[in-house]
Ligand binder design. Structure first.
Ligand SMILES: Cc1ncc(COP(=O)(O)O)c(C=O)c1O
Length: 358
């Protein structure tokens, strides 16, 4: 259970390193942090802690639906997107579930936890980790992530559509996880929410955790047909979102301007980081359309685990990728795009470490 995703600063705290000293590149949150004013909203949300939340989350769903341009009956909030991934596998209990890999590991874990077999659909490294033609898998469920974690690649619109059409034809429920879609530039951003009418078995996941950098709040939602929302809602434990998070979520759903500003900043921050990474001969990085970059260690001297340990000694966390299906062991790591001065600190540490290698 412990430490299977990024953001695990707790292991460093155990070693006596204080939170202020830690620079966490292992978790991919909005580098601008939460929107200004959020603390006042949280304080207001404290009052909600003395009441049970509205079991139907009417206000929260209304706010999310308004932001998405869909009916509230098509929105189901959850205790983070991770919670909803497990809800979906518990509902479908697929014998076989296709997963476009390498990707967020929780899909595979959820499928197996509900007794299913994972059918990996490889996104090939030699193809820049972009998807090929839709495969025939004999699965009941498909998970894909757009933009994909850990590669940072956005699915080309037509290819995504082809996979969704193929799922529709085969009666497969398709889950498109858009946890990082808010960070993708306007001309590349294609949310599958716009296709809900066309594909009745489509489920789209979104994460407020990521978009607004509030991972401790635990807040995500899915958008799907009214039937799917009602069936999934029917097996969800009561009050999956606490009252304070629900109130904050209502406010966050209205922060569209903040997301636009975030996208503009991420583009600039990512470009700066990318250019500097290109100058490090020890690394080959995957072009990213998201707020993180996947890096491959080019030479034989450094493995990802040893590099992560060397950085941790300097208070910097990166995400090693050994647990991602389809990535060569001990070669890959993922870093978040953070603010320029923080990116600088990582780059300085990398240069220092590689300079001392051998
Ligand atoms: C692709 C993807 N989906 C979902 C999640 C979980 O997000 P949440 O904090 O909303 O549960 C993550 C977290 O790393 C992720 O990378």
């Amino acid at each position: 259970m412990r430490g299977r995703h990024g953001g695990n600063i707790w292991s460093l705290l155990e070693k006596g390193i204080s939170p202020a000293e830690i620079l966490d590149f292992s978790v991919d949150l909005n580098p601008l942090g939460p929107p200004p004013g959020w603390e006042a909203v949280l304080r207001e949300g404290l009052q909600e802690a003395v009441l049970y939340p509205d079991p139907a989350y009417r206000d929260l769903r209304q706010a999310i639906a308004a932001a998405e341009g869909i009916s509230p009956d098509r929105v189901l909030p959850g205790n983070g997107t991770a919670d909803l991934i497990h809800l979906i596998t518990r509902w479908i209990k697929p014998e076989r579930a296709a997963v476009a890999v390498p990707t967020f590991t929780e899909y595979e874990r959820a499928v197996r936890a509900d007794g299913g077999e994972v059918i990996p659909c490889p996104l090939q490294e030699q193809n820049g980790f972009l998807p090929g033609p839709a495969p025939e898998t004999g699965a009941q469920l498909l998970f894909l992530c757009n933009p994909n974690n850990p590669t940072g690649r956005i699915w080309p619109r037509d290819r995504l559509l082809e996979w969704l059409v193929s799922c529709d034809r085969q009666g497969i429920t398709a889950v498109v996880d858009e946890a990082y879609m808010d960070f993708v530039e306007d001309d590349l951003r294609v949310s599958a929410v716009g296709w809900l009418d066309r594909f009745p078995r489509l489920i789209v996941l979104r994460s407020m955790t990521k978009s607004f950098a509030v991972p401790g709040l635990r807040l995500g939602y899915l958008a799907a047909s009214e039937t799917i929302v009602s069936e999934l809602g029917g097996i969800q434990p009561p009050w999956p979102v606490n009252g304070s998070a629900a109130l904050a979520g209502r406010w966050l759903a209205g922060q569209k301007g903040y997301l636009e500003e975030s996208r503009r900043s991420i583009r600039i921050f990512r470009q700066g980081l990318w250019e500097q990474l290109q100058k490090l001969p020890d690394l080959r990085c995957v072009p990213s359309e998201a707020n993180f970059i996947l890096c491959r260690l080019a030479g034989p001297v450094w493995g990802a685990r040893r590099l992560a340990a060397a950085l941790a000694e300097r208070g910097i966390l990166i995400r090693t990728c050994d647990d991602f299906t389809g990535l060569e062991e001990d070669r890959f790591f993922r870093i978040a795009v953070r603010r320029p001065e923080q990116n600088e600190r990582l780059l300085r540490a990398l240069k220092e470490i590689f300079g001392h290698a051998g």
